[in-house]
Write a protein that binds this ligand. Structure first.
Ligand SMILES: CSC[C@@H](O)[C@@H](O)C(=O)COP(=O)(O)O
Ligand SMILES: [Zn+2]
Length: 215
């Protein structure tokens, strides 16, 4: 098991400041309504030590209590009164399933909730014919991407197991019905790129449907 001895204080501070910047950027976009959302990153490549947002905080505020360090079981690795995100097991499920995963981001937005509800019965939503699909490293002319949608179980271990079962190696995201999206990447940069691309596709699709008066 990886312990805190494997990382330096600088590693931890760097991961906290990276999460702080990301949190600020997403909060400015209104992606953390009502304390929702959570973010994590691997503190050092190859180690199962992660920085994650603490539970129940207003993610648009910047405080000294916003982040803590956990292991791959989701247990805090420091003595702290802070609680890791209530959805920590989803983060650890993704890190366990995707070997090169370095960052996992979760946001609740109206477009991602609408898409998850519109296509929830199908268990997936497929996008094609959009330039932004290239953000997922899909470069072919008729590339398409299918994003899995899972039901929103209140029981987090069950939800995490469901996500683990549904996630696809080549698609860096899963929608949870009427809840939000989890995305990841092999760096914080690519996880952010994936999240922005997903949200663009969702926004576009909802707006197109409403212009066409289909919703
Ligand atoms: C009203 S906040 C929604 C939460 O239940 C949850 O879905 C969420 O995203 C934030 O939980 P958190 O424990 O703060 O990480
Ligand atoms: Zn959530």
């Amino acid at each position: 098991m990886d312990t805190l001895k494997n990382v330096t204080l600088e590693d931890i501070q760097a991961s906290f400041s990276l999460l702080r910047e990301m949190k600020k950027t997403f909060a400015t976009r209104g992606w953390f309504p009502a304390t929702s959302g959570n973010l994590s990153i691997r503190v050092r490549p190859g180690l199962e030590i992660f920085a994650i947002t603490s539970s129940g905080k207003d993610k648009s505020m910047d405080t000294p209590e916003d982040f803590l360090i956990i292991d791959v079981q989701g247990k805090p690795l420091t003595t702290t009164a802070l609680k890791p995100s209530a959805e920590t097991l989803i983060h650890t499920a993704v890190y366990e399933s995707i070997p090169d995963c370095e960052a996992v981001f979760h946001v609740h937005t109206v477009p991602n909730n609408l898409i998850s509800e519109l296509y929830g019965d199908e268990g997936e939503v497929i996008f094609k014919g959009q330039e932004l699909i290239k953000a997922f490293d899909l470069w072919e002319q008729d590339a398409s991407i299918s994003i899995p949608i899972v039901e929103n179980f209140a029981d987090i271990p069950k939800l995490a197991a469901e996500i683990k079962k549904s996630l696809k190696f080549e698609v860096p995201g899963v929608l949870i019905r009427n809840h939000g999206i989890y995305v990841w990447g092999d760096s914080d940069f690519s996880a952010k790129r994936h999240l922005e691309a997903f949200e663009f596709l969702f926004n576009y699709h909802i707006r197109l449907l409403s212009i066409q008066r289909k919703v």
